[in-house]
Write a protein that binds this ligand. Structure first.
Ligand SMILES: [Zn+2]
Ligand SMILES: [Zn+2]
Length: 414
């Protein structure tokens, strides 16, 4: 890990309360996370809130950390970036939040005042991530992220009883008591990120949409696509339980890609080919032997098998939303198919979702009953069983799609 860090507008590490402890899920190494008793954080900066977490979960992207495939993970890091709770304490300069308020916290940490934040490009926030490595890798740094390696700052995460949240006025969303945690927790990431996938792919009225990956983002993306007026959606997914969940929504079909020609099949299922495609899989999934080998020998970090399938499937002049957490470098990128095969005007957009830009609108849609995000919850493990839940989720066993987890201190209140 780089010794040198860039100065941030807020301390990365909270002050720890010397008199109190809490339970948290802590990273130890590859496929090794443990629930431990650790010090409790405190309000550290005048714009902070301290949140007592009432609900948290494991994200598909946490599995990249679990496999130690994101640079700059350190033993002892507290994981988790999807959580909500009750404000326990606020700093002197927090204006619009107060103790006792129930809020969702977004995964991305924005300052609210830099040029990126002013434009609503919150995941581009220039002042909350101190990683020199990321600047070297990407040319720029994205915002800090809770519990997501020192590449995104190294902020302690939300699989914990308490979390210190910087810039509370920007990074928390008050939620009405009429909606249970199960319906609003996912505004912390996946409900917003899947909406953003649709925004990137410009999904609109009468579109035919294909989505790769029936995990939480793929499931939500399919429903949002229909809500945005798509005529039909196909979810490409190998796991049967995930295909079943996708198909339980009117207008959504699914496709098992194993052993078939996905491009040709999609042309039949969506005549003319998909207008919009969403990649909700992940950089770790390689289909072909060549990418399996190259990832194993570290000749590349990311496999582009899925993206190649998407570029070949997408109709000419179509749109692609890329949301699948690519992190590094890939070989055999199909630049020819993108450029030459009449697809000159295919549009690819993607990236990390600025939740703060969308979450009020999406909360309104939840309040109106357009969507009930709790459909995604398949498991409710006890907090001390988080390590087991990681293992099950990682192997896609037991039909696990999304966990809903109450920390021990929350159980008494809910
Ligand atoms: Zn997430
Ligand atoms: Zn900012």
């Amino acid at each position: 890990m780089s010794e040198q860090r860039i100065k941030t507008s807020t301390p990365i590490m909270p002050k720890w309360d010397p008199t109190r402890t809490m339970k948290a899920n802590v990273f130890y190494g590859t496929c090794d996370v443990r629930v431990e008793t650790v010090p409790r954080p405190m309000v550290t900066h005048p714009k902070d809130a301290l949140i007592r977490v009432t609900a948290t979960t494991i994200c598909g992207s946490d599995l990249h950390l679990y496999h130690n495939e994101i640079p700059e993970m350190m033993k002892g890091d507290i994981l988790g970036h999807e959580f909500m709770g009750i404000i326990e304490d606020v700093g002197d300069q927090v204006k619009d939040r107060k103790k006792g308020q129930r809020v969702v916290v977004c995964f991305d940490i924005a300052c609210g005042t830099c040029d990126y934040c002013k434009r609503g490009e919150f995941t581009g926030c220039d002042t909350t991530n101190d990683s020199v490595t990321m600047e070297k890798m990407y040319g720029y740094r994205l915002s800090g992220i809770f519990g997501y390696s020192h590449l995104t700052g190294g902020y302690p995460g939300g699989q914990a009883e308490y979390v210190r949240v910087p810039f509370a006025d920007i990074n928390t969303l008050p939620v009405p008591d009429s909606l249970p945690d199960e319906k609003v927790l996912f505004l912390s990431d996946i409900a917003c990120t899947s909406w953003y996938a649709n925004e990137c792919a410009q999904v609109g009225k009468d579109d035919k949409v294909a989505i790769w990956g029936g995990g939480p983002i793929g499931q939500f993306s399919a429903r949002w696509a229909m809500i945005r007026g798509a005529s039909s959606v196909v979810v490409v997914e190998t796991v049967e339980a995930r295909r079943k969940m996708a198909e339980s929504y009117p207008g959504v079909k699914s496709l098992n890609p194993d052993g078939i020609d996905v491009v040709e099949t999609l042309k039949k299922m969506l005549p003319g080919g998909p207008d919009a495609c969403i990649d909700a899989t992940g950089f770790r999934y390689s289909k072909t032997l060549v990418h399996k080998v190259e990832r194993t020998i570290k000749a590349e970090t990311d496999a582009v098998d899925i993206l190649e399938e998407i570029i070949r499937s997408c109709r000419k002049y179509g749109r692609i939303g890329l949301i699948a957490d690519y992190v590094g470098y890939a070989n055999h990128f199909p630049i020819g198919a993108l450029m030459e095969k009449g697809k000159l005007s295919i549009l690819i957009r993607g990236g990390q979702c600025p939740c703060q830009r969308y979450w009020k609108d999406l909360l309104g849609r939840i309040e109106k009953g357009q969507i009930d995000p709790s459909f995604i919850i398949t498991h409710r493990p006890a907090f001390e069983d988080i390590p087991k839940a990681y293992a099950t989720f990682d192997k896609k066993e037991d039909g696990m799609i999304k966990n809903f987890i109450r920390p021990p201190s929350a159980v008494a209140y809910t």
